[in-house]
Write a protein that binds this ligand. Sequence first.
Ligand SMILES: NC(=O)c1ccc[n+]([C@@H]2O[C@H](COP(=O)([O-])OP(=O)(O)OC[C@H]3O[C@@H](n4cnc5c(N)ncnc54)[C@H](OP(=O)(O)O)[C@@H]3O)[C@@H](O)[C@H]2O)c1
Length: 313
Amino acid sequence: MSRVLVIGGTGNIGRHLVTGSLNAGHPTTVLVRPATVSSDSDKAKFLNSLKARGASVVYGDMNDHGNLVEAIKQHGEVVISAVGHGRPEELDGQLKILEAIKKAGTVKRFVPSEFGCDVEHAERTLEPAKSMIKSKLRVREAIRAAGIPHTIVCSYWAMGLLLSALANSGGDGPLSTGVEIFGDENSRAIFVDERDMSSLVIRAVEDPRTLDKVMYVRPPTNICSFAKLVHMVEKKTGRTLKRHYVSEQEIAKKIQEAPFPLNFQLAMVHSTLVHAGACEGAIDPAVGVEATRLYPDVKYVTMEGYLDSLCII
Ligand SMILES: NC(=O)c1ccc[n+]([C@@H]2O[C@H](COP(=O)([O-])OP(=O)(O)OC[C@H]3O[C@@H](n4cnc5c(N)ncnc54)[C@H](OP(=O)(O)O)[C@@H]3O)[C@@H](O)[C@H]2O)c1
């Protein structure tokens, strides 16, 4: 069992990766910025719960080279980054992680912060999401140029983050006045539960088949149109929702008018619609592997299963 160091383990995605690593029995360490513990009681509580499960916490910052090299040498045969896309310097800051990995010389697998669409096939993405895509591309290119052993994970839409917004929607939530359907009945997206994504990442970091590859996570049961998602919600609630179909052009206009982070989220929806073919297309075996083929035993959380776990009234 490799020692796993997670950078960004207190974030939305990172916390699932830390939990996945602990669940699989890896000696797991989270690199945490010292100020986080004193300024955010939820994160401090989460870190205590990880420690109770056997995780170690080291204090540091990806911008502190010496400290990061030491943390990697001591704790990270596998280094997973889940730094966020909220600020441009966060994703680009991963170039400093690469410098530290090169200096440490002990890392047998690095997983950069991606966990979304395939940034090499997202050229029509609009701002503000376009800058995030460019940062992720820069990091991919730098990893390959430096010859760092890696696995890149494309797991498309994080199911929990997206679907949990529907919870308790009988009051003034998003479903009370009707619903917007992006694209048409055929505009499909891929949804992956964060827990499934994380357990796959942890399997992949020990698997020679994913070395220096992009691992695409495309469970067939979870390739679904926004329209079908609304149909599932109607079936669960027994309500008929007023539908408003929003075209790619209308989304592009809304992006111009919306504040952050809504404009970012809409830009990702727009990108999903305009690149839908690419995310379901054939995978070049020289570049990528398909997680459902590598690990056929995995039972994915389905859209219906996730909706059933929510309190939607
Ligand atoms: N597919 C999807 O639907 C989806 C959804 C969301 C995110 N994502 C992707 O998942 C990745 C993670 O995003 P997220 O939303 O989980 O991020 P997040 O919640 O903003 O968390 C970012 C994490 O990075 C840490 N961090 C930031 N700067 C750091 C530094 N200088 N040194 C060390 N740690 C630092 C933060 O630590 P502190 O606790 O100290 O702030 C936090 O733990 C991104 O690549 C994002 O694009 C995908």
